[in-house]
Design a protein around this ligand. Sequence first.
Ligand code: N01
Length: 571
Amino acid sequence: MVVDGFEIVDEISNIEHGFSKARWGRRATTTVDCEKISNMNDEVDVLIVGAGFGGMYMLHKVRELGLSAQVFEAGDGVGGTWYWNRYPGARCDVESLEYSYSFDAELQQEWKWSERYTSQPEILEYANHVADRFDLRRDIEFSTRVEHTHWNEATNRWGVSTDTGRTCSAQFVVMATGCLSSANVPDFPGIDDFAGEVYHTGRWPHEGVDFAGKRVGVIGTGSSGIQSIPVIAEQCADLTVFQRTPNYSIPAHNGSIDSQYEAEVKADYAEFRDENRQMNGGFGARSGFHDEPSIGYAEEERRARFEQQWQRGGFAFMRAFNDLMIDDTSNATARAFVRDKIAAVVDDPETAALLTPVPTQVIGCKRICLDTYYFETYNHDHVHLVDVSTAPIETFTPTGLRTGGVEYDFDCVVLATGFDAMTGTLTRIDIRGVDDEALTDAWSAGPVNYLGLQVPGFPNLFTITGPGSPSVLTNMIVAIEHHVEWISDCIEHLAATGLSTISAAPDAAATWVDHVNDVADMTLMPTCNSWYLGANIPGKTRVFMPLIGLPPYAEKCTEVAQAGYEGFILA
Ligand code: N01
């Protein structure tokens, strides 16, 4: 259905605070208000879309270059993913001392985290602190969603228009739109008829949700489900979890931050950051990484190593050996260890079996979850697990939902059903490059770009942590800082050399996409239906989107720049 130039779609990416069931969201159709695009009411050097950690730092860097910038942000505050994902239990799975900006020595010294893994409210507080400290807000227009971004070949500039009627012309556009910004709401029949409340974890109401005395259903057992289920269970009267695929989850062993460790890190923060940048994912250098394969280890020794890393908590577990993601036999030993842990924690053997991934399911193929008492939660009498792997959710009803012929009644249902990751937010904006080519057409067979930074035919448009770069496989802030600095150096280079445009060469991009997939194929990462492959979205082209390995990637980006931006066309 097309209304007022917008197609009404079954997704909620445009709703700010929670959402109404009757109106999931809007997506720009191909109908473009050309007048808006051509009569720009503002002109800047760099237009930045999004005021999360990427957009904020980009703005800061652009100002350092002495250029003008405008940020458009759909939310009414900064923080990006941490602005939207306010569900109970939301916290970072990378340790606080690592998940923070490194670009300003004073900032990293003065900020004090309270927990080992920071909660969403504290990260949002940090984002607001950064916005104030660097006086960022004056160039950010909030509650303003970019809908159209068109390249004008006559002027070599981008025309950008928003849902508020604001327009802007810019020489450069930087998409700092995040990788997990477009909520995935499966097409559940009858959802509009459900009389209760429906919430998506990625669009949580700012005022919170009162679960007291309520019957709650949670659909989904990825990171968002696994973090929120124990907290919701504490608050509600009755909880039913609908699980399609069981997940591996490692206890976070969260707690207050160790002040001695914090002092050690802060004594030489630069060294700590450097060590982490040398890690494959840009984090965890001091989490007991063992750079040796598991082969040759006797079963007992191997288990002792796994146990040691298990006790460290979180991603450290996957650093017990260096071949866990490339050798299925080695991976099988890790997953057997976790299977035993689940069996030891969950009282009811039937529930334990349902919660346990099948032996062939590679651990780490989907992003590992970090939890706090997730499996323990199923030992409570008021918490129930329903397997929907063979009998999917048939329909919502006015009082709940039905699956496997059984009706479940709820006061509210939480959708922890994930995101249209990495490409979803970009393809929902009407982006058009040279010859009016739509990004959706350029990416119809999967995302094509060079270094995850630029799409051929879309000059002067950069993506921060785009597909084709390590992004979601890293500590995002490390990847963000790397991209922002590369982009700002690139813009500075163009200005210094009197050039006005840069765009990825088609052959370089084609080779790069092959490279990203070749690297993935050397690992066990493509072996499951993960969102890294787009496999969670019906109809999405199945292609491995992020590049594995931050250090070689960063080296390549440096080499390309030093070689005069090899693989790019400069004009
Ligand atoms: O989403 P997911 P998420 N019927 O896609 C299920 C980051 N993150 O929001 O596995 C029934 O992982 C789906 O089932 P299946 C982190 O990178 C980080 O939890 O597809 N079930 C799955 O169980 C993470 O990886 C943190 O079979 C349906 C779940 O919904 C990413 O965000 C915290 C269904 C979706 O899991 C996404 O995590 C939270 C259907 N029709 C998130 N459709 C940190 O700690 C989907 N599902 C920083």
